[in-house]
Write a protein that binds this ligand. Sequence first.
Ligand SMILES: [Zn+2]
Length: 148
Amino acid sequence: MKNNLTDVIADFVFKSAPDLADRLKSQAEALDEAKCSNPVLGRWIDENDVNYLFSTFALSDEDFAKKFPSMAQTTLAERQQVTAALEEHFGFCKHCSLKRAYDLELDARIEQAYERNSDFLLQLLEEDDETKLPKERGPLEVKLEPAS
Ligand SMILES: [Zn+2]
């Protein structure tokens, strides 16, 4: 259902902006033309939504470790250093400042699509909940595990 819902929202976003496919294509071309001056920082920016990246880095150590167990050893102070380096990088890297602007634009479009279609989306979620009611499930299966 999660994927289904994502598809529905993507559909709304594209329908609300018939020019979006072209816009995304020209954005990708602009990003291609403006090369990043720092591949290490640039990779973080290219592979993540910039807003998401920053809010993730701002999590407490505990929350961060829960969400990203493989990077659990990084501290908030270290992540703040990366955030500061990224902020500075945006100041002189055309590629990355463009990427950030494009991310913000897309985030705004998605948010708008959510707001305009919130009733319909809620209904979808409710229908999904109904299919999870016990009566819809098959008979209970009891698995007998061999004692070890
Ligand atoms: Zn860059």
